[in-house]
Design a protein around this ligand. Sequence first.
Ligand code: LP5
Ligand code: MN
Length: 259
Amino acid sequence: MNKISIAGPVWLASDIHLGQNTPATSEAFRDFLKLAASEASALLLPGDIFDAWIGDDVAVLAPPWLAQDLMAIKAVAAKIPVWVGRGNRDFLIGEALTAGLGARLLPEQALVSVGNHTMLLSHGDEYCTDDVAYQQFRAMVRNPAWQAGFLARSIPERLTMAAQARGESMAANQVKSSEIMDVNTDAVAAAILSAGVSLVVHGHTHRPGRTVMSVEGKRCERWVLPDWDCDHVDQGKPPRGGWMVIDEDGLTLFDLDQD
Ligand code: LP5
Ligand code: MN
């Protein structure tokens, strides 16, 4: 297991889902990054920073919205260590991007120690084992041969395929039960036992908060990071998002409007 030891305060955020049609979310994220640069000693972004990442080559001739967000991440990485992780929508992030940002690539699963808190950190989609259709999709797109074939296509072709996949995913999610789209407790317990920890942190499920569980008689905690969306106020959805701070006081979740 990959181990990362960092002095606090460490800030974490995931599931921002940055894209060209969500300027308010991008702006809120850039404000967050500025705050992190001045208040955190390190920043961890464990997945789904982007709504869809089709390959690191898009960063070379990035459209303005993306260039602005990448520059903002780069500016933080010039001040504090930044780890960028892959989620189910940006699993194609590679070392070319992280190197360009002056950041580091977060391993799929990492043991992160901050002071006396040691946690198993990942995006979290691997725990959704009841979602068989998703796990099949995941196995397909994580296959190196599939990835090489996809990356060999032109950028416009990849953009079209990504939009199609997003559309199909959203349609599929409409008819899935809420339980299926949450983590499977046994999968989390197995990961806890295998990593030898009592603390798990992840994103992906968009159900922020803390769950206490017992694993072979040991009290364990699972913390979930929030997702972000500041662009659907017109549909009656207030701006949403937030992050976690880990310091000597332990783990704390902050909402966007609480800073
Ligand atoms: O992302 P979210 O939160 O809406 O739902 C996820 C799971 N869905 C996904 C799929 C991604 O959203 C797709 C975007 C990837 C963009 C990257 C670019 C690479 C392009 C890939 C081209 C093939 O991760 C969803 C889970 C949910 O989380 C909760 O855990 O349920 O899983 C699904 O929706 C899977 C579906 O049930 C089945 C697969 C649908 C995709 C089909 C792809 C068709 C590709 C056509 C290309 C021509
Ligand atoms: Mn996700």
